[in-house]
Write a protein that binds this ligand. Structure first.
Ligand code: IPM
Ligand code: MG
Length: 371
């Protein structure tokens, strides 16, 4: 069905294509059962794009991403691409999308499902009911700072540099997103840096403090934490957090820690959002937090729930379809409650299913819920 809602699907490498297949089923379901349809384009990214075009993403695909209302991204990378040149490595495709679409706010929720409490390595009481949101700055910091690279000093010494750099505006805009989210949640924001060691950390803390104070934010409790302590606190007592805002590199690490609290990377979605333009539109890319998992690719073993939940986030944040997003999230929950599991979240007495069977089980639950 023709639609004014455009989606670009970039399955990528490894398990990316398999988990994207399950989203296609849900797209068909929505078209048939909810009369919600999308114009879906597809493109190549990462190793798949390299194989076809010797680039991690082509200019054409980049343009499709810029034009789409939302991009659904699978995963990139694989051992066969490990020795490619820096500019064409699979990750370069993802980083180009983030940078050129200016997706500065990366939302990484870590939510535990009751049915999966046993899948976590932490004690159930530590993680039961956990619901935290990490907001990671995604287009600046050491990922993109200049200068970077190798240098040879006058005495012949070789050294290598990466640069951590933040402008005030870059910190303020991600703080703004985090404050908004905190307001819709439990009204608690923790800003994370290394102000005890890094000048950018001092600046980050001051900028967040000033931004919070300057606006109408007295309803939001703001706290600060050093990144190393935050890593420790996430494992010790994660429920003390509501929203965490942090820079690109600390956010990369802390979101992996937070993800594992929930038991499996295979469960976690993410959204990367740009600024709101004059038309009220914001560029957005949605991707599961898990990577391409080349070791299990192509075998029907991958857990498609993170990808399906990323699609639910797409409905929620890009299309305002809260009810449809709820349907998918509830369906995933119901499937887990029935004891249906992919290998990564298997527990005693569960029924082990393939990627496609998990997708089908979600569809079955969707049918029930929408009936
Ligand atoms: C992530 C990943 C990426 C990152 C890689 C694939 C470039 O680890 O999205 O967390 O480091 O940002
Ligand atoms: Mg990462």
């Amino acid at each position: 069905m023709a639609s004014n809602k455009t989606l670009l699907m970039l399955p990528g490498d490894g398990i990316g294509p398999e988990v994207c297949n399950e989203v296609r089923k849900v797209l068909d379901w929505m078209d048939n059962r909810r009369a919600v349809s999308f114009d879906v384009k597809e493109g190549l990214v990462g190793g798949a794009a390299y194989d076809a075009h010797k680039e991690a993403i082509t200019d054409n695909t980049m343009q499709d991403a810029m034009d789409a209302d939302a991009v659904l991204f699978g995963a990139v990378g694989g051992p066969q691409y490990d020795n490619l040149g820096w500019d064409v490595r699979p990750e370069a495709g993802l980083l180009r999308l983030r940078k050129e679409m200016d997706l500065f706010a990366n939302l990484r929720p870590a939510v535990t499902f009751d049915a999966l409490l046993d899948a976590s390595t932490l004690k159930p009481e530590v993680i039961q009911g956990l619901d935290i949101m990490i907001v990671r700055e995604l287009t600046a910091g050491v990922y993109f700072g200049e200068p970077r690279g190798m240098q040879t000093l006058d005495d012949g010494t070789e050294r290598c540099i990466d640069t951590q750099s933040y402008t005030k505006a870059e910190i303020e805009r991600v703080t703004d997103v985090a404050l908004d989210l905190a307001r819709k949640r439990n009204k608690k924001l923790t800003s994370v840096e290394k102000a005890n060691v890094m000048k950018t950390g001092v600046f980050w803390r001051q900028t967040v403090t000033d931004y919070h104070a300057a606006g109408d934010n007295s309803d939001i409790e703001l706290g600060h934490m050093y990144a190393d302590n935050c890593g420790m606190q996430l494992v010790r007592n994660p429920k003390q957090f509501d929203v965490i805002v942090t820079d690109n590199l600390f956010g990369d690490m802390l979101s992996d820690v937070a993800a594992m609290l929930t038991g499996s990377l295979g469960m976690l979605p993410s959204a990367s959002l740009g600024g709101v333009d004059e038309m009220g539109r914001r560029k957005a890319l949605y991707e599961p937090v898990h990577g391409s998992a080349p070791d299990i690719a192509g075998q029907g073993l991958a857990n498609p729930l993170a990808m399906l939940l990323s699609f639910a986030m797409t409905l929620r944040y890009s299309f305002g379809l809260q009810d449809d997003a709820d349907l998918i999230e509830n369906a995933a929950q119901a499937v887990l409650s029935r004891g249906i599991r992919t290998g990564d979240i298997m527990g005693e007495g569960n029924e082990k299913v393939s990627t496609a069977q998990m997708g089908d089980a979600v569809l079955e639950e969707l049918d029930k819920q929408a009936a």
